[in-house]
Design a protein around this ligand. Structure first.
Ligand code: AMP
Length: 591
């Protein structure tokens, strides 16, 4: 397939606003790609070179891309910069300039998708002294041979600005249609994707081997991260126990960051909740795994947290998060040693444990970590009555923790899903809405009055509707921003703003600028109310909205650890509304 063809599909995808049409276009595109091209088509569409765990980055800054455009068109860097400022979009700037290129196309070479991808891999692989020039020239060589439309996407890809609006769920549905003619392979593809997060490899397998390969070829693999299991929520100990059949394991809930540990012999890898390889950030944890985990091979799940041995205190999330910074790592390790609270075991000495019942996995985990110092098992009890659960919850709160997570003793490890086999109970749910929501930014407003100088006056935020794979607006957020956060938001959102509504956004209100769903912010509100303005959970003429929403976040406005598909879902908001209503009725009854 020529890159030219791919570019014209991307142009079509950008123009549509219905998800069903998007699936149709995507399946047509995937059908056209040859089996040895489909992997790269999927990666490019996802805007990546390889799955996140492989950590392959382009390493091209805007300035370098501007230089490539200049070299390949005969324009000066200043002229390119000017066009970029005018359009606010490097891809469109490059496309406009290419139309007026002052250099003749010397060769009639037309690049295939695989050739473009291979050159992009070369760009990523070039590092060290002098690499900047080589990267710039490699990108310029692609632009030189491209049409203006191809140029647009060739420039956007390394800048992570493709913004096609195609989510992984859309690619999966399209793949199923290509392989079987309908959606029947969707579940198997999702399952494969949860265990092996390489959608390109899965697409290739589906194209080459069809149904069978997908259902049997992608099992749990050491050093490939599994999509983590997530928790549902319920408001009371009674309801949690009832849902779990009268008896449950109850874990303490630690507010740190998720770590998935893979180990074989002395080789160790750590992955984040977003499946990035974070091994080099936590050398203290790597050493602890080598010293304390006496198994030849293992995969375990846990939460890491800064802990003060001297005072026996957990440090709050804001302190823990500082360990994520790359600078001054050694000093930080000393000041803030981490403890890993392991709570699940997916693999042990060559055996896949994911389908074992939870109580069995926990038993093995406890044996494995018997003498752990840095790596310990998460505090846990078995509760048979609501009182036992409630007491443990209270004592966890007193110890400075967030709450508890109850676990169904007989459930398997459900990768990538939010199911009732894990149910969280947090400090909140007890009056005002003190639990926060992680919302997706879909638009922003310009500043008025005092705020005008920032060019930023607030956000339009949305929940994620998993069923529809759409983002539904739930609130406009105008307060809680510090000046620094406003500057950050203006600069980040300015780069991805557009005048038209992105395809996967469902909205009735119109912000000054739309933005592609890419960033998540944490919002606190007083209450969830019904409102005719928003599309979140809309039935008839009413949806859900937030009362008195404000931004929370002390380290920058944007949550870099959450992808948009991990934001609070519409279903959760409806559930929170239901619980809040009951809590206030409960309060009234008490009075
Ligand atoms: P939330 O982010 O509020 O949906 O809560 C789920 C998160 O809590 C998980 O993704 C983990 O990072 C974290 N967590 C902390 N302690 C535990 C535990 N004992 N079991 C499972 N998850 C935990």
């Amino acid at each position: 397939m020529l890159f030219k063809e791919l570019a014209s599909y991307y142009e079509k995808l950008e123009a549509v606003s219905s998800r069903l049409t998007m699936i149709d276009i995507m399946s047509e595109l995937l059908k056209k790609a040859k089996p040895d091209e489909i992997r790269n088509v999927v990666y490019i569409t996802q805007g990546i070179l390889a799955p996140p765990s492989e950590g392959v980055e382009f390493g091209m800054a805007e300035k370098m891309v501007e230089e490539s455009i200049a070299i390949s068109t005969g324009f000066t860097k200043e002229e390119v910069e000017k066009e970029y400022k005018k359009t606010g979009d490097m891809g469109i700037a490059a496309q406009n300039i290419k139309v007026k290129s002052r250099l003749k196309r010397i060769s009639s070479k037309e690049f295939t998708v695989n050739e473009v991808y291979d050159t992009m891999r070369k760009i990523a692989a070039t590092s060290g002294s002098g690499s900047k020039d080589i990267k710039v020239k490699l990108l310029a060589s692609l632009i030189t041979a491209s049409t203006p439309l191809e140029t647009k996407y060739i420039v956007k890809y390394p800048l992570d600005e493709l913004r096609l609006g195609v989510g992984d769920a859309t690619v999966i549905e399209a793949l199923s249609i290509v392989a079987t003619g309908d959606r029947k392979l969707k579940a198997a593809l999702e399952h494969a994707y949860n265990l092996n997060t390489d959608l390109g490899a899965i697409a290739e397998a589906a194209a080459k081997g069809g149904e069978k390969v997908v259902s049997s070829g992608f099992g749990l693999t050491l050093f490939k991260p599994v999509r983590p299991e997530l928790a549902e929520r319920l408001p009371t100990a009674e309801e949690i126990l009832e849902k779990m059949g009268g008896k449950a394991a109850v874990d303490q809930k630690y507010d740190g960051f998720r770590v998935q540990v893979h180990k074989k012999g002395d080789k160790v890898k750590l992955f984040s909740r977003r499946l990035e390889d974070t091994t080099s950030m936590y050398p203290d944890l790597v050493e602890a795994v080598q010293k304390e985990i006496h198994a030849d091979s293992a995969i375990l799940d846990g939460e890491a947290l800064a802990y003060n041995e001297a005072t026996n205190e957990f440090l709050p999330f804001q302190a823990t998060i500082q360990r994520k910074r790359k600078h001054g790592l050694e000093k930080k390790i000393e000041e803030m040693p981490l403890k890993l609270f392991a709570f699940d075991l997916m693999y042990l000495d060559g055996k896949d444990m994911m389908n074992e019942p939870y109580h069995k996995r926990r038993e093995e985990l406890e044996k494995l970590l018997k003498n752990g110092k840095t790596i310990v098992t998460a505090g846990s009890i078995i509760a048979k009555t609501p009182k036992e659960l409630e007491d443990y919850f209270q004592s966890s709160i007193e110890a400075g923790l967030e709450g508890i997570i109850a676990k169904d003793l007989n459930s398997t490890y459900v990768a990538g899903a939010r199911k009732f086999s894990w149910i969280k109970l947090k400090r909140s749910y007890r009056g005002e809405l003190s639990d926060t929501l992680d919302l997706v930014i879909v638009g922003f407003y310009l500043g008025r009055g005092m705020r005008r100088e920032f060019g930023f006056g607030g956000l339009l935020c949305a929940t994620y509707n998993e069923k529809r794979d759409m983002f539904e607006t739930v609130s406009r957020i105008g307060s809680g921003f510090t000046e620094k956060q406003m500057v950050e938001l203006e600069s980040v959102l300015g780069k991805i703003k557009s005048k038209s509504k992105p395809a996967r956004v469902d909205a009735l209100v119109e912000p000054d600028f739309w933005v592609t769903p890419r960033y998540v912010v944490t919002i606190r509100a007083d209450e969830i109310t019904k409102s005719p303005m928003h599309t979140c959970g809309r039935e008839g003429d009413v949806g859900y909205a937030l009362r008195f929403p404000r931004l929370v976040g002390e380290n920058g406005a944007i949550r870099k650890d959450k992808s948009v598909e991990e934001a609070t879902t519409t279903k959760e908001v409806i559930e929170m509304y239901r619980q809040q209503k009951r809590v206030s009725l409960g309060n009234a009854a008490e009075k």
